[in-house]
Design a protein around this ligand. Sequence first.
Ligand SMILES: NC(=O)c1ccc[n+]([C@@H]2O[C@H](COP(=O)([O-])OP(=O)(O)OC[C@H]3O[C@@H](n4cnc5c(N)ncnc54)[C@H](O)[C@@H]3O)[C@@H](O)[C@H]2O)c1
Length: 359
Amino acid sequence: MPIVKADRRLRVGIVGLGQIARAAHLDACAKARNVELAAVCDVAADLVDAAHRAWNPKAAYHGYDAMLADPLVEAVIVATADQFHVPLTLRALVAGKHVLLEKPMGVTVEECESLRAAVEASDSVVQIGHMKRFDPGIAYAREFARAEIGDILAVRAWYCDSVYRYTMTDNLQPIPIGSAASARPDADPRSDRQRYLLMTHGCHLIDTARYLGGEIVAVRGRHQHRADAHCWFIETELANGALGHLELTVPVRGDFEEGFRVYGSEGSIVGRVYLPWFHKSSEVECFSTRDRVYRRPLGEDAHTYKLQLEGFADTILDGGPQVGANVEDGIANTRALVAIARSCAGGEWVRLDAVTGGV
Ligand SMILES: NC(=O)c1ccc[n+]([C@@H]2O[C@H](COP(=O)([O-])OP(=O)(O)OC[C@H]3O[C@@H](n4cnc5c(N)ncnc54)[C@H](O)[C@@H]3O)[C@@H](O)[C@H]2O)c1
Protein backbone atom coordinates (compact mmCIF):
# COMPACT_ATOMS: atom_id res chain seq x y z
CA MET A 1 0.00 0.00 0.00
CA PRO A 2 1.31 3.51 -0.71
CA ILE A 3 2.30 5.49 2.36
CA VAL A 4 -0.10 8.35 3.03
CA LYS A 5 1.53 11.31 4.73
CA ALA A 6 -0.29 13.95 6.78
CA ASP A 7 -0.17 17.57 5.59
CA ARG A 8 1.58 18.72 8.76
CA ARG A 9 4.60 16.56 9.45
CA LEU A 10 7.21 16.80 12.18
CA ARG A 11 10.55 17.64 10.57
CA VAL A 12 13.08 15.26 12.10
CA GLY A 13 16.88 15.11 11.96
CA ILE A 14 18.82 11.98 12.91
CA VAL A 15 22.20 12.21 14.63
CA GLY A 16 24.14 8.96 14.43
CA LEU A 17 23.85 7.00 11.21
CA GLY A 18 25.14 3.69 12.51
CA GLN A 19 23.41 0.35 12.79
CA ILE A 20 20.17 1.32 14.55
CA ALA A 21 19.59 4.33 12.31
CA ARG A 22 20.11 2.18 9.20
CA ALA A 23 17.99 -0.69 10.49
CA ALA A 24 15.18 1.28 12.11
CA HIS A 25 15.07 5.07 12.24
CA LEU A 26 15.61 6.03 8.60
CA ASP A 27 12.92 3.56 7.54
CA ALA A 28 10.65 4.76 10.36
CA CYS A 29 10.99 8.38 9.21
CA ALA A 30 10.09 7.38 5.65
CA LYS A 31 7.03 5.38 6.75
CA ALA A 32 5.65 7.39 9.68
CA ARG A 33 2.46 9.15 8.60
CA ASN A 34 3.30 12.40 10.39
CA VAL A 35 7.09 12.71 9.98
CA GLU A 36 9.43 14.06 7.35
CA LEU A 37 13.17 13.35 7.26
CA ALA A 38 14.59 16.86 7.35
CA ALA A 39 18.25 16.04 7.97
CA VAL A 40 20.82 13.39 8.70
CA CYS A 41 24.05 13.88 10.62
CA ASP A 42 27.16 11.89 11.48
CA VAL A 43 30.80 12.76 11.90
CA ALA A 44 31.56 9.88 9.51
CA ALA A 45 31.26 11.36 6.00
CA ASP A 46 30.81 7.95 4.35
CA LEU A 47 27.78 7.19 6.54
CA VAL A 48 26.31 10.61 5.76
CA ASP A 49 26.79 10.06 2.02
CA ALA A 50 25.20 6.60 2.17
CA ALA A 51 22.16 7.85 4.11
CA HIS A 52 21.82 10.90 1.88
CA ARG A 53 21.79 8.78 -1.28
CA ALA A 54 19.39 6.17 0.09
CA TRP A 55 16.87 8.33 1.98
CA ASN A 56 16.99 11.74 0.32
CA PRO A 57 16.73 14.02 3.38
CA LYS A 58 16.43 17.77 2.83
CA ALA A 59 19.90 18.32 4.33
CA ALA A 60 22.95 16.30 5.35
CA TYR A 61 25.42 17.41 8.02
CA HIS A 62 28.83 16.30 9.24
CA GLY A 63 28.57 18.37 12.40
CA TYR A 64 25.86 18.21 15.05
CA ASP A 65 25.91 21.95 15.76
CA ALA A 66 25.20 22.68 12.10
CA MET A 67 22.16 20.40 12.16
CA LEU A 68 20.94 21.96 15.41
CA ALA A 69 21.24 25.41 13.80
CA ASP A 70 18.97 24.34 10.94
CA PRO A 71 15.57 25.98 11.60
CA LEU A 72 13.86 23.33 9.48
CA VAL A 73 14.79 20.65 12.01
CA GLU A 74 12.15 20.58 14.77
CA ALA A 75 13.16 17.35 16.49
CA VAL A 76 16.20 15.12 16.72
CA ILE A 77 16.54 11.35 16.99
CA VAL A 78 19.70 10.67 19.00
CA ALA A 79 20.98 7.31 17.73
CA THR A 80 24.56 7.28 18.99
CA ALA A 81 26.46 5.20 21.53
CA ASP A 82 24.94 5.32 25.05
CA GLN A 83 27.78 7.47 26.41
CA PHE A 84 26.77 10.34 24.10
CA HIS A 85 23.02 10.22 24.78
CA VAL A 86 22.75 12.78 27.55
CA PRO A 87 25.36 15.27 26.24
CA LEU A 88 23.79 15.34 22.76
CA THR A 89 20.27 15.64 24.17
CA LEU A 90 21.32 18.56 26.39
CA ARG A 91 22.69 20.36 23.31
CA ALA A 92 19.45 19.72 21.42
CA LEU A 93 17.44 21.23 24.29
CA VAL A 94 19.59 24.37 24.25
CA ALA A 95 18.80 24.65 20.52
CA GLY A 96 15.07 24.33 21.28
CA LYS A 97 14.61 20.90 19.63
CA HIS A 98 12.48 17.99 20.76
CA VAL A 99 14.32 14.68 21.21
CA LEU A 100 13.58 11.01 20.68
CA LEU A 101 16.50 9.48 22.56
CA GLU A 102 17.62 5.90 22.00
CA LYS A 103 17.61 3.65 25.03
CA PRO A 104 19.15 3.50 27.59
CA MET A 105 18.63 7.12 28.58
CA GLY A 106 22.18 7.45 29.90
CA VAL A 107 25.01 5.60 31.57
CA THR A 108 24.86 7.01 35.12
CA VAL A 109 22.09 7.96 37.51
CA GLU A 110 23.57 11.44 37.90
CA GLU A 111 23.65 12.31 34.21
CA CYS A 112 20.06 11.09 33.82
CA GLU A 113 19.00 13.28 36.74
CA SER A 114 20.78 16.24 35.14
CA LEU A 115 18.82 15.67 31.96
CA ARG A 116 15.57 15.65 33.93
CA ALA A 117 16.38 19.13 35.25
CA ALA A 118 17.15 20.40 31.74
CA VAL A 119 13.94 18.94 30.31
CA GLU A 120 11.89 20.54 33.07
CA ALA A 121 13.48 23.91 32.28
CA SER A 122 12.68 23.56 28.56
CA ASP A 123 9.59 23.50 26.38
CA SER A 124 10.79 20.37 24.59
CA VAL A 125 9.40 16.86 24.54
CA VAL A 126 11.97 14.17 25.33
CA GLN A 127 10.90 10.59 24.74
CA ILE A 128 13.13 7.58 25.46
CA GLY A 129 13.28 4.95 22.72
CA HIS A 130 11.68 2.07 24.57
CA MET A 131 9.88 1.13 21.40
CA LYS A 132 8.46 -2.13 22.79
CA ARG A 133 5.76 -0.03 24.47
CA PHE A 134 4.43 0.47 20.93
CA ASP A 135 4.23 -3.25 20.21
CA PRO A 136 0.44 -3.63 19.83
CA GLY A 137 0.38 -6.79 21.98
CA ILE A 138 2.30 -5.11 24.81
CA ALA A 139 0.16 -1.97 24.52
CA TYR A 140 -2.97 -4.13 24.75
CA ALA A 141 -1.56 -5.98 27.76
CA ARG A 142 -0.80 -2.68 29.47
CA GLU A 143 -4.35 -1.43 29.00
CA PHE A 144 -5.74 -4.77 30.19
CA ALA A 145 -3.49 -4.67 33.25
CA ARG A 146 -4.71 -1.16 34.01
CA ALA A 147 -8.42 -1.68 33.42
CA GLU A 148 -9.29 -5.34 33.91
CA ILE A 149 -6.83 -7.33 35.95
CA GLY A 150 -7.60 -5.92 39.41
CA ASP A 151 -4.79 -5.83 41.96
CA ILE A 152 -1.50 -6.96 40.49
CA LEU A 153 -0.20 -9.90 42.49
CA ALA A 154 2.88 -11.02 40.61
CA VAL A 155 4.92 -10.11 37.52
CA ARG A 156 7.45 -12.24 35.68
CA ALA A 157 9.40 -11.15 32.63
CA TRP A 158 12.27 -12.73 30.75
CA TYR A 159 14.56 -11.85 27.87
CA CYS A 160 16.66 -14.68 26.47
CA ASP A 161 18.75 -13.72 23.49
CA SER A 162 19.48 -16.51 21.04
CA VAL A 163 22.91 -17.76 20.14
CA TYR A 164 21.58 -17.47 16.56
CA ARG A 165 20.39 -13.86 16.94
CA TYR A 166 22.71 -12.43 14.34
CA THR A 167 21.88 -15.16 11.83
CA MET A 168 18.27 -14.02 12.17
CA THR A 169 18.86 -10.28 12.21
CA ASP A 170 21.33 -10.44 9.31
CA ASN A 171 18.45 -11.67 7.18
CA LEU A 172 16.09 -8.97 8.41
CA GLN A 173 18.23 -5.85 8.60
CA PRO A 174 20.10 -3.91 5.90
CA ILE A 175 23.71 -5.05 5.48
CA PRO A 176 25.68 -3.21 8.20
CA ILE A 177 28.20 -0.67 7.00
CA GLY A 178 30.78 0.42 9.52
CA SER A 179 32.99 3.47 9.24
CA ALA A 180 36.50 4.03 10.49
CA ALA A 181 35.50 7.66 11.01
CA SER A 182 32.59 6.96 13.43
CA ALA A 183 32.72 8.71 16.80
CA ARG A 184 33.19 6.16 19.57
CA PRO A 185 33.42 6.46 23.36
CA ASP A 186 36.95 6.45 24.79
CA ALA A 187 36.55 2.93 26.16
CA ASP A 188 34.90 0.32 23.93
CA PRO A 189 31.46 -0.25 25.57
CA ARG A 190 31.52 -3.89 24.44
CA SER A 191 34.86 -4.67 26.09
CA ASP A 192 33.09 -5.36 29.41
CA ARG A 193 30.59 -7.87 28.07
CA GLN A 194 28.70 -8.40 31.33
CA ARG A 195 28.07 -4.70 31.68
CA TYR A 196 27.26 -4.25 28.00
CA LEU A 197 24.69 -7.06 27.88
CA LEU A 198 22.95 -5.88 31.04
CA MET A 199 22.75 -2.33 29.71
CA THR A 200 21.65 -3.08 26.17
CA HIS A 201 19.19 -5.93 26.76
CA GLY A 202 18.37 -5.43 30.43
CA CYS A 203 16.89 -2.00 29.84
CA HIS A 204 14.27 -3.51 27.48
CA LEU A 205 13.42 -6.17 30.05
CA ILE A 206 13.10 -3.69 32.92
CA ASP A 207 11.05 -1.21 30.93
CA THR A 208 8.53 -3.84 29.83
CA ALA A 209 8.23 -5.22 33.38
CA ARG A 210 7.66 -1.74 34.80
CA TYR A 211 5.24 -0.81 32.02
CA LEU A 212 3.06 -3.83 32.70
CA GLY A 213 3.56 -4.45 36.39
CA GLY A 214 4.39 -1.17 38.07
CA GLU A 215 7.33 0.57 39.69
CA ILE A 216 10.24 -1.49 40.97
CA VAL A 217 11.39 -0.44 44.44
CA ALA A 218 14.20 -2.89 45.19
CA VAL A 219 16.01 -5.80 43.58
CA ARG A 220 18.06 -8.81 44.64
CA GLY A 221 19.93 -10.42 41.80
CA ARG A 222 22.31 -13.23 41.04
CA HIS A 223 24.55 -13.34 38.00
CA GLN A 224 26.37 -16.32 36.57
CA HIS A 225 28.82 -16.52 33.69
CA ARG A 226 29.34 -20.05 32.42
CA ALA A 227 29.99 -21.59 29.02
CA ASP A 228 30.18 -18.08 27.57
CA ALA A 229 26.61 -17.33 28.65
CA HIS A 230 25.56 -14.61 31.08
CA CYS A 231 22.50 -15.22 33.19
CA TRP A 232 20.83 -12.85 35.63
CA PHE A 233 18.00 -14.01 37.93
CA ILE A 234 16.48 -11.04 39.72
CA GLU A 235 13.85 -10.85 42.44
CA THR A 236 11.97 -7.55 42.42
CA GLU A 237 9.93 -5.75 45.03
CA LEU A 238 7.22 -3.58 43.51
CA ALA A 239 5.64 -0.43 44.92
CA ASN A 240 2.18 -1.99 44.49
CA GLY A 241 3.12 -4.93 46.72
CA ALA A 242 3.36 -7.47 43.90
CA LEU A 243 6.07 -10.11 43.78
CA GLY A 244 8.31 -9.91 40.76
CA HIS A 245 10.98 -11.87 38.95
CA LEU A 246 13.15 -10.94 35.96
CA GLU A 247 15.44 -13.19 33.95
CA LEU A 248 18.04 -12.12 31.42
CA THR A 249 20.07 -14.81 29.68
CA VAL A 250 22.47 -14.13 26.80
CA PRO A 251 22.79 -16.27 24.83
CA VAL A 252 20.49 -19.26 25.17
CA ARG A 253 21.29 -22.22 22.96
CA GLY A 254 17.86 -22.08 21.36
CA ASP A 255 15.45 -19.57 19.89
CA PHE A 256 15.13 -15.94 20.97
CA GLU A 257 12.61 -15.93 23.76
CA GLU A 258 11.16 -12.89 25.43
CA GLY A 259 7.93 -12.85 27.39
CA PHE A 260 5.96 -11.97 30.47
CA ARG A 261 3.25 -13.12 32.81
CA VAL A 262 1.14 -10.86 34.98
CA TYR A 263 -1.19 -12.29 37.61
CA GLY A 264 -3.99 -10.14 38.99
CA SER A 265 -6.88 -10.55 41.41
CA GLU A 266 -9.37 -10.51 38.49
CA GLY A 267 -7.37 -11.92 35.58
CA SER A 268 -4.02 -12.76 34.09
CA ILE A 269 -1.81 -11.99 31.08
CA VAL A 270 0.63 -14.17 29.20
CA GLY A 271 2.81 -12.67 26.47
CA ARG A 272 5.42 -13.86 24.00
CA VAL A 273 7.51 -11.14 22.37
CA TYR A 274 9.33 -11.55 19.06
CA LEU A 275 12.59 -10.04 17.86
CA PRO A 276 11.54 -6.51 16.87
CA TRP A 277 13.04 -6.90 13.41
CA PHE A 278 10.25 -9.28 12.41
CA HIS A 279 7.77 -6.39 12.93
CA LYS A 280 5.42 -8.96 14.41
CA SER A 281 3.18 -8.15 17.33
CA SER A 282 3.67 -9.99 20.60
CA GLU A 283 1.29 -12.88 21.10
CA VAL A 284 -0.66 -11.81 24.14
CA GLU A 285 -3.52 -13.59 25.86
CA CYS A 286 -5.48 -11.74 28.49
CA PHE A 287 -7.93 -13.62 30.68
CA SER A 288 -10.68 -11.95 32.69
CA THR A 289 -12.69 -13.64 35.44
CA ARG A 290 -15.49 -11.17 34.61
CA ASP A 291 -16.57 -13.14 31.52
CA ARG A 292 -14.11 -16.06 31.68
CA VAL A 293 -12.87 -15.20 28.19
CA TYR A 294 -9.31 -14.99 26.81
CA ARG A 295 -8.63 -12.01 24.51
CA ARG A 296 -5.85 -12.04 21.94
CA PRO A 297 -5.15 -8.97 19.75
CA LEU A 298 -3.81 -9.38 16.21
CA GLY A 299 -1.68 -6.21 16.11
CA GLU A 300 -1.15 -6.25 12.37
CA ASP A 301 1.07 -3.13 12.35
CA ALA A 302 3.95 -3.85 14.67
CA HIS A 303 6.71 -1.67 13.21
CA THR A 304 7.52 -0.51 16.72
CA TYR A 305 10.18 2.01 15.62
CA LYS A 306 7.70 3.67 13.27
CA LEU A 307 4.89 3.62 15.84
CA GLN A 308 7.05 5.18 18.56
CA LEU A 309 8.03 7.94 16.15
CA GLU A 310 4.41 8.58 15.19
CA GLY A 311 3.49 8.78 18.88
CA PHE A 312 6.35 11.21 19.52
CA ALA A 313 5.25 13.39 16.58
CA ASP A 314 1.60 13.31 17.68
CA THR A 315 2.60 14.64 21.11
CA ILE A 316 4.51 17.54 19.58
CA LEU A 317 2.17 18.40 16.72
CA ASP A 318 -1.12 18.02 18.62
CA GLY A 319 0.16 19.02 22.05
CA GLY A 320 -1.40 15.88 23.50
CA PRO A 321 -0.21 13.84 26.47
CA GLN A 322 3.21 12.29 26.15
CA VAL A 323 3.07 8.68 25.05
CA GLY A 324 5.92 6.25 25.29
CA ALA A 325 8.66 6.31 27.88
CA ASN A 326 9.45 9.69 29.39
CA VAL A 327 12.40 10.99 31.34
CA GLU A 328 11.09 9.53 34.61
CA ASP A 329 10.93 6.12 32.97
CA GLY A 330 14.47 6.53 31.65
CA ILE A 331 15.73 7.40 35.13
CA ALA A 332 13.84 4.52 36.77
CA ASN A 333 15.23 2.06 34.22
CA THR A 334 18.77 3.34 34.73
CA ARG A 335 18.40 3.08 38.52
CA ALA A 336 17.12 -0.48 38.15
CA LEU A 337 20.08 -1.45 35.96
CA VAL A 338 22.54 0.00 38.46
CA ALA A 339 20.72 -1.65 41.39
CA ILE A 340 20.85 -5.04 39.66
CA ALA A 341 24.59 -4.68 39.03
CA ARG A 342 25.21 -3.68 42.67
CA SER A 343 23.06 -6.47 44.03
CA CYS A 344 24.72 -9.10 41.86
CA ALA A 345 28.09 -7.92 43.15
CA GLY A 346 27.08 -7.89 46.83
CA GLY A 347 24.26 -10.42 47.08
CA GLU A 348 21.96 -8.12 49.04
CA TRP A 349 18.67 -6.40 48.31
CA VAL A 350 19.37 -2.96 46.79
CA ARG A 351 16.85 -0.15 46.75
CA LEU A 352 16.61 1.81 43.51
CA ASP A 353 16.42 5.16 45.29
CA ALA A 354 19.77 4.50 46.99
CA VAL A 355 21.97 3.84 43.96
CA THR A 356 24.47 6.20 42.40
CA GLY A 357 26.87 5.98 39.46
CA GLY A 358 26.60 3.56 36.55
CA VAL A 359 26.45 -0.19 35.94
N1 LIG B 1 15.93 0.24 20.43
C1 LIG B 1 16.61 -0.79 19.97
O1 LIG B 1 16.09 -1.86 19.70
C2 LIG B 1 18.09 -0.63 19.74
C3 LIG B 1 18.79 -1.58 18.98
C4 LIG B 1 20.15 -1.35 18.75
C5 LIG B 1 20.80 -0.24 19.29
N2 LIG B 1 20.07 0.64 20.05
C6 LIG B 1 20.74 1.81 20.65
O2 LIG B 1 21.08 2.71 19.60
C7 LIG B 1 22.25 3.44 19.94
C8 LIG B 1 23.20 3.42 18.76
O3 LIG B 1 23.60 2.10 18.48
P1 LIG B 1 24.33 1.75 17.09
O4 LIG B 1 24.65 0.29 17.17
O5 LIG B 1 23.57 2.25 15.94
O6 LIG B 1 25.69 2.60 17.24
P2 LIG B 1 26.81 2.87 16.13
O7 LIG B 1 28.08 3.05 16.89
O8 LIG B 1 26.73 1.85 15.04
O9 LIG B 1 26.39 4.26 15.46
C9 LIG B 1 26.43 5.47 16.15
C10 LIG B 1 26.85 6.58 15.20
O10 LIG B 1 26.73 7.83 15.90
C11 LIG B 1 27.72 8.70 15.40
N3 LIG B 1 27.97 9.79 16.34
C12 LIG B 1 28.35 9.70 17.63
N4 LIG B 1 28.50 10.92 18.17
C13 LIG B 1 28.21 11.81 17.19
C14 LIG B 1 28.20 13.23 17.12
N5 LIG B 1 28.51 13.99 18.18
N6 LIG B 1 27.84 13.83 15.95
C15 LIG B 1 27.54 13.08 14.88
N7 LIG B 1 27.54 11.73 14.88
C16 LIG B 1 27.87 11.10 16.03
C17 LIG B 1 28.93 7.80 15.22
O11 LIG B 1 29.87 8.37 14.31
C18 LIG B 1 28.28 6.50 14.71
O12 LIG B 1 28.32 6.42 13.29
C19 LIG B 1 22.80 2.79 21.23
O13 LIG B 1 22.46 3.61 22.32
C20 LIG B 1 22.04 1.48 21.34
O14 LIG B 1 21.80 1.10 22.70
C21 LIG B 1 18.75 0.48 20.25
